[in-house]
Design a protein around this ligand. Sequence first.
Ligand code: GDP
Length: 456
Amino acid sequence: MYKSDTICAVATGMGRSAIGIVRISGKDAVDIADELFRGRKRLREMDSFRAAFGYIYDGDVKLDEVIALVMRGPHTYTTEDTVELDCHGGPLVMKRILELLIKNGVRPAEPGEFTKRAFLGGRIDMTGAEAVMDVISAENDMALRSSVEQLSGSLRKCITEMRDRIIRETAFIEAAIDDPENYSLNGYEEKLSEIINDIDHEILKLIETGDEGRIIKEGVRTAIVGRPNVGKSSVMNMLTGTDRAIVTSVEGTTRDTLEEYINLNGITLKLIDTAGIRNTDDIVEKIGVERALESMNEADLIMLVLDSSEPLNENDKELIRNISKRKYLVLINKSDMEQKLDMDELSQLDSSKFISISAKYNEGLDEIRDAVRKMFFAAEIDFNNQIYITNLRHKNALISASESLGRVKESIAAGLGEDFYTIDMMAAYESLGEIIGETLEDDLADRIFSEFCMGK
Ligand code: GDP
């Protein structure tokens, strides 16, 4: 069970900064902080949301000059009494203050434990908790807006409404079975069918936003493919040029899976298999193409690079055959050179997807960006009216809810009887509940919170 001991953590980064915040939450937060704090006011006598200037003492040793902010539950982030100490943002001073708190009976918080308490205290649901983390890790404006929207409860509201409708019908069926004299199930199946269809339709619509949601959150998974020497690395360099793009490299699980993100004026591209591009020189031509075909499988967008200064060869043709059914752009590179590429040979591709570029001279970047925007963000994204599923956990729970509703429909069609309907209706209810955290197993909740950062 949930035990409200008092926890502490550094809520800001552990590097050097102007200010570092040490956060303390739990029933003894104010009392313990008060013991260590010396200022003109006693913290335990202060009203909620008041700050006091003073010093933190370890016995007679003055550790730091701080501002202590006292917040009393339940109107705090964790719903518990909370004290935040604004101290100087040095790793050593923050460490000393933490050690002092621990010596005085405060436990170091686990990652995400403050947010977990907000969840257990009923202040936020699981979608809210996850949105907190998404706001912190948002890498582009669209991801940020979408997670702030989710933080405000849009997804929870939508899920709660669907669950309410399901439980209402389940309750009606149960009542009718128990008390047939007062509740009649005559002709009810038709009405139930309609309601189930309606809810399922809504769920499917949410599931459909998943792809766009993922793209908003993670970026467009992009594979840059082409035979050796067409200019793939040059295209990468053009896209990631430091004056116009932010590139972050995240170490993957194996040494050669480096994830690279490019931010093209608000559109994030997540490049796939850039190691494959960077190493093509060492790879036999054929393997290069096979590898390209492989990396294309997981791509949202394929950028096929062709060399306009040479005729197509077999490798080009093989790649062309493989992209025609996918979302692609054809970057016809080396526009600064004499053209030897026969455009008639590209007739099986959509010419509106052709972009003439010169990676060497940085020409064509705007055209690439506009084309990507058109392909993936056709409609202006409106976060006020539209909920995007950006979380795989949510998507999977929606899928299983939809499957349960599918079984309800089958049972109705087969005339199996009310008992059968309610079992699957409750299964859908539970799956939807997982999203907001109402029916989530404890260990799963723990796992979600353990992925949070320290101090949040
Ligand atoms: P990759 O093997 O597909 O990654 O190709 P690279 O990016 O390494 O480019 C192969 C060669 O083509 C290099 O010598 C580049 O300088 C050259 N190159 C790339 N893009 C252009 C371009 O737009 N114009 C010209 N003239 N040369 C280019």
